[in-house]
Ligand binder design. Structure first.
Ligand code: GDP
Length: 299
C-alpha cells in the first residue's frame, strides 16, 4: 500500500543492513553484535537515544543467546512502535464556522504542496476549502499556491508582494466566514529570517486570526522535509519557539532512506506527527499511524 511505497527506500536499506548482521542463520548477541546493530539503527536517522534504547532492549532479552534474524526484526519493530506511539491526534475542527489552519515551515520543505494536499483531503471529505497566501514575501510562493488553488477549484485570497501577511490572513478568514467555507488554510512565510522577525510575523498572524474566531487557528501545522534528516529537527525547534505548533507534517518521506527520522522527531519535539507526505500529487498525504509506519519500515 501507499505507506509501504513511501518508505521503500528506508525499508530497503534497513532490511539489507540488518540482514548483513546475520551472515549465519542465527547470531550470538554479544557486544560486537550490539555495536553493529546500533550503527545500523543510527543510520536510519532515528537518533542516538532511540537506537540505544532499542539496543538495550535486545541486550536485556537476548544477551549471550543466539538470536534469529526474524526474532531481531520483531523485537526492533515492537520497540519502535512503543517509541512512536502517540495519542490520537486528528485535526481539531471548529465547533462552528470555518476551521482555520496555519501552515509553517522553511522554504523548500514542501509547504505549498502540503497545503494543496490538505485542501484536496478536506475536499474529498466534502468540505469547502479556502486558501490564504500570507507568505507575501515570495511572489513565487503566491503564484505556486494560486496554481494549486485553480487546479483544485478552491478560492484563494492573496495580497500584493511585501504587504502585511497578517492582513492577508485576516482577509482570508473574513472571506471564509462570508463564503461559509469549512476550512481556511493559511500559508506563512518560510524564509530563514532572524528569529525575532519570524517570531513577530508568525505571532502576529496567529493573534489576528484569533481575534476573528476565538479558537483560531485551530491547528498550526509545521511542515518538515524528511530528506534533511536530523537538520530538520533544529529547524523545527526554531519554528516551534516562534509560534505554538499543534502538529507536524513530514514531507518527502518517499525521497529518503532515513525514515527513522520520525522517531527522533517524535522524541525530541513532543509534538504529534499528524501526516506524512509520500509524493508530489495531491493524494500523496497520509495520516500518520505508528503501527503501519513501523510495519512499512520493514516491509
Ligand atoms: P515550499 O517551498 O516549502 O512551499 O515547497 P514546495 O511545496 O514547493 O515543494 C518543494 C519541492 O518538493 C517541489 O518540487 C515538490 O513537488 C516537492 N515535494 C513536496 N512534497 C513532496 C513529497 O512528499 N514527496 C516528494 N517526492 N516530493 C515532494
Amino acid at each position: 500500500d501507499r505507506i509501504k511505497q513511501g518508505l521503500k527506500k528506508t525499508a530497503q536499506i534497513l532490511q539489507t543492513d540488518i540482514r548483513d548482521l546475520f551472515k549465519t542463520r542465527g547470531r550470538l548477541v554479544d557486544q560486537a553484535f550490539l555495536d553493529e546493530l546500533f550503527e545500523v539503527l543510527v543510520r536510519t536517522d532515528m537518533g542516538v537515544q532511540a537506537a540505544q534504547q532499542l539496543v538495550d532492549q535486545i541486550a536485556q532479552k537476548y544477551r549471550n543467546r543466539v538470536i534469529e534474524w526474524s526474532e531481531a526484526i520483531e523485537e526492533i519493530k515492537k520497540g519502535l512502535k512503543d517509541l512512536l506511539r502517540q495519542p490520537e491526534s486528528p485535526i481539531r475542527f471548529a465547533s462552528q464556522g470555518p476551521t482555520v489552519i496555519m501552515v509553517c515551515g522553511v522554504n523548500g520543505c514542501g509547504k505549498t504542496t502540503t497545503i494543496a494536499k490538505l485542501a484536496y483531503m478536506f475536499q474529498s471529505q466534502g468540505k469547502k476549502v479556502l486558501l490564504g497566501a500570507a507568505d507575501t514575501f515570495r511572489a513565487a510562493a503566491v503564484e505556486q499556491l494560486s496554481i494549486w488553488a485553480q487546479r483544485l477549484g478552491v478560492e484563494i485570497v492573496t495580497g500584493p508582494q511585501g504587504s502585511d501577511p497578517a492582513a492577508v490572513g485576516h482577509r482570508a478568514v473574513a472571506r471564509a466566514i462570508e463564503t461559509q467555507a469549512d476550512v481556511c488554510i493559511v500559508d506563512t512565510a518560510g524564509r530563514l529570517q532572524t528569529h525575532q522577525n519570524l517570531m513577530r510575523e508568525l505571532s502576529k498572524i496567529h493573534r489576528v486570526l484569533g481575534k476573528q474566531i476565538p479558537e483560531a487557528p485551530h491547528e498550526v501545522l509545521l511542515v518538515l522535509d524528511a530528506t534533511t534528516g536530523q537538520n530538520g529537527i533544529s529547524q523545527a525547534k526554531h519554528f516551534s519557539e516562534a509560534v505554538k505548533c499543534t502538529g507536524l507534517v513530514l514531507a518527502k518521506l518517499d525521497g529518503t532512506a532515513k525514515g527513522g527520522v520520525v522517531v527522533a522527531i517524535r522524541q525530541q519535539m513532543g509534538l504529534p506527527v499528524k501526516f506524512v507526505g509520500v509524493g508530489e500529487k495531491p493524494e500523496d498525504l497520509l495520516p500518520f499511524d505508528a503501527d503501519s509506519f513501523v510495519d512499512a519500515m520493514f516491509a
